[in-house]
Design a protein around this ligand. Structure first.
Ligand code: SF4
Length: 451
């Protein structure tokens, strides 16, 4: 088979894995080496659906002896197969790197012969790149579940980042959907890598010449929507992974229907909005000091119409409004619409003088959501007097919420159904309608700002 055909098949097969990101590694160019992972040498970017595009992201082979129902490379699937030899992949990586097509390599593989055999082939690629070719670029390698601990450790000595994909959030789904794997067998190498990273940190504290062990840490991937698992359970698992294994990232991949397995859902399209909300909630866990159990109970799902921080705030209205001039930094971070940068700006500015509403705008803080949850100098600037339902409706990102039933809803809430001729009620309705419409217009333009 021609190399170009192998690239076509194996790059396409790798696209379902989203657990790659090049952040966190600082391997520099030394002596006669080639490549560099420091900021100017490697950058990572993501396509609209979250796939990393700056690395050569490829499978060594899409042959696989396993039969994971949610995976297109499963043994029972009739698809075009291909395999690179280690030398082919090495020369491809070097050629692409020298032509400046890529900044690094993301290497994964189906399982051929056995987990150890596959891991050994992948290791041969890694070691040859690093030792013979003196390749200093970024390498992210997938750990094959079931591979022996010494092979896992060796991979960590040559790669910048490693990942072991959990895929299914609940252990009970494994026997049916991925019969050759268990969640325990996947958590075991993660645990080993976490311990090896800690040991390496100690070694490097004693001697700065000690070799790095996975300097960019480990990550994993969870599939969203292949099983009926609620968002609360998914976030709680992520929380445990961050706490226990100090994972750099948990990636979430909306399930792409590639199988007609009876236990997999028949989706018309991947649940991308749900995936987006889970990423936002994950951001709250990592940077906003939230715990998974604060956001959702295990059986709950995130509301796709509002971001998770707004959802949390709307169910804790007793904590609001928060006086911007007095709130703790932790509480500033919990105000919907006030992100890390805005909270820092407020914290710094108010040490000099009290903050005004105009001052907040001048700081570049987008107040569309925040104004419903704050007091500035004792004054409330929201339109709905802390009414949870009105605020929800005003800032909901679902386009049809307003259009669908705005007028009926306003009639119902103001008790207008039988009082169409009451001038005071009609005036109230007109004010509420115009407030809702202008809020919706502003929100739809500003979505995507700080959480
Ligand atoms: S082991 Fe990996 S490549 Fe093989 S079927 Fe399962 S998920 Fe797919």
């Amino acid at each position: 088979m021609e190399i170009l055909d192998k690239i076509r098949i194996l790059a396409d097969s790798a696209k379902y894995d989203v657990s790659c990101s090049s952040s966190g590694s600082t391997r520099g160019k030394e002596g006669s080496g080639i490549g560099n992972t420091v900021p100017s040498g490697i950058c990572h970017s993501f396509t609209a659906d979250g796939r990393c595009i700056s690395l050569l992201k490829i499978l060594m082979t899409n042959y696989c002896i396993y039969d994971c129902a949610y995976c297109q490379n499963r043994i029972s699937n009739d698809l075009e197969r291909a395999a690179f030899t280690p030398e082919e992949l090495i020369s491809l990586t070097m050629a692409f790197y020298k032509r400046n097509y890529i900044e690094g390599l993301f290497l994964s593989s189906g399982v051929v012969v056995s987990p150890d055999h596959t891991m050994e082939l992948m290791l041969r690629i890694l070691k040859t790149l690093r030792i013979r070719e003196k390749f200093k670029g970024y390498i992210h390698v997938k750990i094959i579940p079931g591979a022996s601990p010494h092979l896992v450790h060796e991979a960590g000595c040559y790669a910048d980042r490693v990942s072991v994909n959990i895929e299914l959030p609940e252990a009970e789904n494994y026997p049916v959907l991925t019969p050759q794997k268990t969640q325990q067998a996947i958590l075991k190498p993660m645990d080993q890598i976490a311990r090896n990273i800690l040991e390496n940190t100690e070694e490097r504290r004693i001697s700065r010449h000690a070799e790095h062990f996975v300097p960019a840490g480990q990550s994993t991937q969870l599939i969203i929507g292949a099983t009926p698992t609620a968002d609360g359970k998914i976030l709680s698992l992520s929380q445990k992974l961050y706490d226990r294994f100090e994972l750099k990232r948990v990636y979430y991949s909306a399930y792409i229907p590639v199988s007609t397995h009876a236990l997999l859902p028949r989706l018309e399209s991947p649940p991308l909005l749900r995936e987006h909300r889970i990423y936002q909630a994950d951001w709250l866990l990592r940077f906003y000091q939230f715990r998974a159990e604060e956001l959702l109970s295990a059986e709950e799902n995130l509301d796709v119409n509002v971001d998770p921080k707004t959802q949390w705030a709307l169910s804790h209205m007793e904590l609001f409004p928060v006086e911007i001039n007095r709130a703790s930094y932790e509480m500033l971070l919990r105000i919907p619409g006030i992100g890390l940068t805005s909270a820092k700006r407020i914290w710094k500015a108010r040490k000099l003088s009290p903050i005004t509403y105009e001052g907040l705008k001048k700081m570049g803080i987008v107040l569309v959501r925040a104004k419903h949850f704050i007091l500035v100098g004792g004054k409330y600037y929201g339109n709905f007097a802390l009414n949870r339902d009105y605020i929800y409706e005003a800032i909901s990102e679902r386009k049809d919420v307003l259009q669908m039933n705005l007028f009926q809803e306003i009639d119902r809430r103001l008790g207008l159904e039988n009082k169409k001729d009451d001038p005071s009620k009609i005036l109230q309705a007109a004010r509420l309608t115009s407030a809702l419409i202008s809020e919706k217009q502003i929100i739809s333009r500003s979505s995507g700002g700080e959480l």
